[in-house]
Design a protein around this ligand. Structure first.
Ligand SMILES: NC(=O)c1ccc[n+]([C@@H]2O[C@H](COP(=O)([O-])OP(=O)(O)OC[C@H]3O[C@@H](n4cnc5c(N)ncnc54)[C@H](OP(=O)(O)O)[C@@H]3O)[C@@H](O)[C@H]2O)c1
Length: 325
């Protein structure tokens, strides 16, 4: 089968390309060539998806049968893909739980909740717009995977890599005193392989694509980081009120931490459809250990940043919070 990945050079797109090759498909990946090349064996196609002529020009007679779209972040990118690729047999789109106008804080019950329908040029509204435009262009052939937290090797958003590297350095590590907070995540390789399989079989419709609610906790994840790094770091729980008063930004400075009011519902996402459609959920320890093994291959060479702010607690803020504790 000829499978086109939109993206395909790092993190999820890279794993999608690899998963498709592993399953014997002929794979092409479309990207600008800014952040590296796709894996060996993939036909690289070059162009900017914000340019309406770029996709038809790059395809140049190579006709994909199915598409996995990991790189759509703008409305023009969705419009141009809908115009160029409406004839494919199946189109699997990587959206986000942020497409729901009620999440965060959620909860998310099934896939029928309202999605954004506003003109703002923001992440969630843009994903929801792309779902509408592509869904209309590909009736009955469009799957939208509303992904939650994606973790694993080649992570260019760097939230788990930051925790692993901070805990590996040892000493006293500030953690929120919300270690019992439930967390759900999807391993990037589980999601990638599943997307390829869903596209190959022409599965359509919206799917909350993350791990089962309550599969781990913030404390469980951080303890696993300690185990796999072999660190003797001391985790120092700091009350939420003190973190907020010191200017610690939830999710950014202490990745995965949400204030308790939001956390109570944000991690409560119904994934029954994903489970019924066979989205795997490997043990969290495997995801953490494999991310650490990947980081250790060359700790200085983190992947090209995603363009989001760099996660992690600034050293001076950590020192202030630890003083007197
Ligand atoms: N990380 C999470 O926890 C999370 C959670 C929910 C949803 N998601 C979604 O999951 C997906 C993750 O995808 P990803 O990991 O593969 O990385 P990504 O950073 O979203 O996608 C980057 C890929 O797209 C290409 N690209 C970027 N801009 C382009 C443009 N204008 N024209 C053509 N190609 C372009 C990049 O190559 P070049 O730079 O070389 O062009 C690269 O191959 C995203 O759609 C994201 O919104 C992520």
């Amino acid at each position: 089968m000829r499978l086109l990945v939109l993206g395909g050079t790092h993190f999820l797109g890279r794993h999608v390309a690899t998963a498709a090759l592993d399953r014997g498909h002929e794979v092409a990946a479309f990207s600008r060539g800014v952040t590296g090349a796709p894996p060996d064996g993939v036909r690289p196609l070059r162009g900017d998806r914000d340019d309406p002529a770029a996709l038809p020009r790059a395809l140049d007679g190579w006709t994909p049968e199915v598409v996995v779209d990991t790189s759509c972040q703008t409305r023009p990118a969705a419009d141009h893909a809908a115009a160029a690729l409406a004839g494919v047999r199946a189109y699997a789109f990587v959206s986000s739980l942020n497409a729901y106008s009620t999440w965060p804080p959620g909860p998310v019950r099934g896939e029928d909740g309202p999605t954004w329908d506003t003109p703002d040029d923001d992440y969630g509204p843009n994903k929801a717009y792309a779902e509408r435009v592509l869904g209309a262009a590909l009736p009955g052939r469009f799957l939208t995977a509303r992904a939650g937290l994606i973790l694993g090797p080649h992570d260019n958003v760097r939230r788990l890599p930051w925790w692993l590297q901070r805990i590996a350095r040892g000493g006293r590590v500030v953690v929120p005193d919300a270690l019992e907070q439930p967390i759900a995540l999807v391993d990037v390789r589980d999601l990638a392989g599943w997307l390829v399989e869903m596209a190959a079989r022409g599965q359509a419709g919206p799917v909350n694509a993350t791990g089962p609610a309550g599969m781990t906790t913030l404390g469980g994840l951080l303890e696993t980081c300690r185990e796999v790094t072999g660190s003797d770091a001391e985790l120092v729980p700091v009350p939420e009120e003190d973190l907020l008063a010191a200017g610690v930004e939830p999710w950014l400075h202490l990745p995965f931490w949400l204030p308790r009011e939001t956390a109570a519902t944000a991690w409560d996402v119904d994934t029954a459809r994903a489970r019924a459609l066979g989205l795997p959920s490997r043990p969290v320890r495997d995801t953490v250990a494999d991310t650490w093994a990947w980081l250790r291959q060359d700790p200085e060479r983190l992947p090209t940043p995603h363009g989001l702010p760099e996660p992690g607690l600034p050293g001076e803020l950590e020192a202030t919070l630890l003083a007197g504790r």
